[in-house]
Design a protein around this ligand. Structure first.
Ligand code: 26W
Length: 819
């Protein structure tokens, strides 16, 4: 059993000392922020020995390592989670209590590090947690953005973005490692040198600009096993001194330029989710962290080994979507230009090391860089891509003689663009989707030509989530209950044990306990909502929740149109019984995504009208939770009754929020999309509320020019009414134009898109009926309790531990280690 490094007395002493040395204060005098810092340093102290021991073990045993390369790591707060994973949460809480300090209050002092947008970034964080917990050597590689995901304020119903200066008080858990800094070069030109003696050609980059990449390491604490892995995120600093010293002596102008380059590169996370904007700075960010990480990885390998051909035995690179796929060409460059290998050798290594995960089929998310931009910024890398493409197309033409269509579709360089996904597939030894349905769509639709040519590369890895953060930390009440009912805490590392809860599914007493816990969590959320949004909600009402990034395909618009419909019903038929509902939304819209922002405004407008209408007796409430992020997500999942997963079928690659709701006992109201399909398979269709078009039906409509929304509009007066209410001033203080664009998007082709391209009106009636089934089920308390409990009991498959085991067994082949 793990015993924490700190006994209570020593820990209390350390906290007191920290407050003194850091702030020259006593505990009574210190501010909550200062106490948070003092406690965090004490916790870090306890982590550091395990961190050192883990790295020693890696040094000694030399296991194969995975480098998980990602532009995003949506970590969430560290303090509480580290304590959970050190199995020291309760002891530390007690120790702090004795000092008169409230741990929960301290946790709220920690800025929620938001170095990611949504699903892909949070998945990366869950994966790091599972890798450490399962005892695998792993590095997360990313960027230390000065500003993470913006803070969202709602002003007058509109989203306003505020900078998230998450580092302003420093960060107790990070460690700056200047000794591992690397230089990264941009631009300039390539001089070709021919060496008469060796007969070799050398490529020399000249007139470039460069920055110094300085790594910051974050401890990733495994659960109860002494393993502490590393997330390495890179900061950029100017190489001014070095430049002035060596060849640019006196070039003041250049020094200033380098200063700017360094400052800009890591300044801010791009807040786009599923939308590619083609910004030069983003490509710089990508190359910056990929190059630095690969230089460090190859250097690390070379400290122990001299045969580069065996590199694939010691490392594997997982590319998290197309964002880091420049890694393919950069690794080639390092092997060719810096290690002097020949093309075939370098290619053999690269194609054994690189693997690619696709996270979306949204066409607008595909990264395709303009060739002129790309070749100007990364001249040598571009040359290498040209050669990769040339050789690949020879293969295509060999396999499909005369079929230029194949060449057109699969080429890496085409129409003036570098297509990053194509390069990742050509060079990767593995291509995976993130839920079974998603992978099937990749194989048979989006990436069909590649699948036909290289079927062996394609595989599925259904996403998962970590139960340590999303149950143990986020829902302590349910966590303790599960442990009591199962008679073991082993579910912390083996979520399949949750199936043992099934035997309580007909036990009245157990069901009551389960629902009481839900109720208390709803009270906790109600308190949060009152404090943060000033809205009073009734924890006895159904908490119907949709929290995720705002995107048309996720169909928050369908949800709010349905709320408008319910409101009409209640007003028209006040005599009909209606079970009180609270519709809870949380979502950030990318700053430039106008229509998404209109949907946020609409939700808030509906909230304003509905929440202030006394005549409906509080039967309906609408709440938009400001600044949805990992820390409040933990509170929200715990309190949800209904999990809204209503994307247009085929569009949501997997979803991971759906799994967090399930874990916390909220049945899914959703379409057969992404991982919902597998959730239903696990829990049984009778314990979910499924509706709407299937992915095949959606794809069929799409291939045939869509459908005619006027069919619905004209045929269904309820639908017609809510659609008209978008432009009759009901929710806009009489302004008929405020929601005109949303109105048009439902009925008419706009901006070259089909009318209602996400099938909102088409699915409306089926959604409303599914909502009626929800209400009926909820009225039957026992039935509902059983459903909710069975969701928790059947969530075993959706642990990221299971996902990581599959990656390890089928893609990475890592060695298990023990510390
Ligand atoms: C280039 C702009 C951009 C930014 C982010 C394009 C694409 C993205 C991500 C791929 C978007 C994303 O987070 N995708 C989500 O990944 C999750 C983890 O696999 C899935 O569960 C979600 O379904 C998917 O939308």
């Amino acid at each position: 059993m793990y015993s924490p490094r700190f006994d209570k007395r020593a820990f209390k002493h350390e906290v007191t000392e920290n407050v003194k040395t850091l702030f020259r204060k006593t505990i009574e005098e210190a501010t909550p922020q200062q106490l948070y810092q003092a406690v965090s340093y004490a916790v870090k102290e306890a982590i550091i020995d395990d961190w050192i021991a883990t790295q020693r073990t890696y040094d000694k045993e030399d296991p194969k390592m995975v480098y998980y390369m990602s532009m995003e790591f949506l970590l969430g707060r560290a303090l509480g989670n580290n304590l959970i994973n050190m199995t020291a949460y309760k002891e530390v809480k007690e120790a702090l209590d004795e000092l008169g300090i409230d741990l929960n209050l301290l946790e709220d002092q920690e800025p929620d590090p938001a170095l990611g947008n949504g699903g892909l970034g949070r998945l990366a964080a869950c994966f790091l947690d599972s890798l450490a917990t399962l005892g695998y050597a792993a590095y997360g590689c990313g960027i230390r953005y000065r500003y993470g995901m913006f803070k969202q304020k709602i002003e007058n119903g509109y989203q306003v973005e505020k900078p998230d200066n998450w580092l302003k008080n420093g960060n107790p858990f990070e460690l700056r490692r200047p000794e591992y800094a690397k230089e990264v070069r941009f631009g300039g030109n390539i001089r070709v040198e021919y060496d008469d003696k060796t007969g070799k050609t050398h490529f020399v980059q000249e007139n470039y600009e460069s920055v110094l990449a300085v790594p910051y390491d974050y401890p990733i604490v495994g659960y109860n096993n002494h393993v502490v892995n590393t997330l390495r995120i890179w900061d950029a600093e100017p190489i001014v001194d070095f430049q002035l010293e060596s060849f640019d002596r006196g070039d003041y102008h250049k020094a200033v330029e380098q200063q700017n380059l360094a400052k800009n590169i890591v300044e801010v996370l791009y807040p786009n989710d599923n939308h590619y904007a083609g910004k030069e700075l983003r490509l710089k960010q990508q190359y910056f962290f990929v190059s630095a990480s690969l230089q460090a990885a190859v250097a690390k390998y070379k400290r122990k080994h001299d045969d580069l051909m065996k590199l694939p035995e010691k490392m594997v690179i997982q590319m998290n979507d197309t964002h880091p796929t420049v890694a393919v060409a950069e690794l080639m460059r390092i092997l060719l230009d810096e290690e002097d290998l020949g093309w075939n050798e370098a290619w053999e290594i690269t194609t054994k090391v690189c693997a690619y995960t696709n996270h979306t089929i949204m066409a607008e998310a595909l990264e395709k860089w303009p060739i002129d931009l790309f070749s100007r910024l990364l001249p040598r890398v571009y040359q290498i891509i040209q050669e990769i493409d040339r050789r690949f197309l020879i293969q295509v033409r060999e396999q499909y003689p005369g079929d230029e269509n194949k060449v057109r579709k699969m080429a890496i360089l085409r129409d003036g663009q570098v297509r990053m996904a194509n390069m990742a597939i050509v060079a990767g030894f593995s291509v995976n989707g993130v839920a079974r349905l998603h992978t099937e769509i990749l194989k048979h639709q989006e990436l069909r030509d590649f699948y036909e040519m290289m079927p062996q590369k394609f595989n599925n890895k259904t996403n998962g989530i970590t139960q340590r953060r999303f149950l143990m930390h986020g829902n302590p009440l349910l966590s303790d209950w599960v442990t009591e009912k199962l008679g073991t805490k082993d579910w912390a590392t083996d979520l399949s044990l949750m199936s043992g809860l099934k035997k309580w599914a007909d036990d009245k007493e157990a069901l009551k306990e389960f629902m009481d816990i839900k109720y208390r969590n709803k009270e906790r959320l109600a308190k949060y909502i009152l404090e943060h949004n000033g809205v009073e909600v009734d924890p006895r009402s159904i908490f119907d929740v949709q929290v995720k990034r705002l995107h048309e395909y996720k169909r928050q618009l369908l949800n709010i149109l349905h709320v408008m419909y319910l409101y009409n019903q209640i007003k028209e038929h006040p005599e009909k019984s209606f079970y009180p509902r609270t519709f809870i939304f949380g979502a950030k819209a990318s700053a430039g995504y106008i229509r998404a922002k209109q949907i946020i405004k609409l939700i808030n407008s509906v909230a304003e009208v509905v929440n202030n209408d006394r005549s409906i007796n509080g039967k309906l409430k609408v709440v938009f939770i400001e600044d949805y992020k990992v820390s409040n997500a933990e509170i929200i999942f715990a309190a949800a009754d209904v999990s809204e997963q209503i994307s247009t079928a085929s569009k949501e690659a997997s979803g991971t929020g759906n799994m967090k709701f399930m874990l916390n006992g909220a049945p899914t109201l959703g379409t057969m999309d992404g991982a919902n399909v597998e959730i239903v398979e696990e829990v049984g269709i009778e314990n979910a509320f499924i509706f709407g078009l299937s992915s095949d039906e959606v794809i069929n409509f799409e291939n045939n020019g869509g459908y005619d929304p006027y069919e619905i509009y004209n045929g269904d007066p309820d639908v017609r009414r809510v659609v008209e209410q978008l432009v009759d001033g009901t929710y806009s203080h009489g302004d008929h134009e405020m929601y005109r664009d949303l109105y048009n998007s439902l009925l008419k082709p706009t901006d070259g898109n089909r009318a209602d391209m996400y099938f909102i009106l088409k699915d409306f009636r089926a959604y409303a009926q599914a909502q009626e089934r929800v209400e009926a089920a909820y009225r039957d308390r026992d039935r509902w309790a059983k459903m909710a409990l069975l969701n928790t009991a059947c969530c075993g498959k959706f642990s990221s531990d299971r996902t990581i085991r599959e990656y390890v067994d089928e893609i990475w082949h890592l060695d298990h280690i023990e510390v």
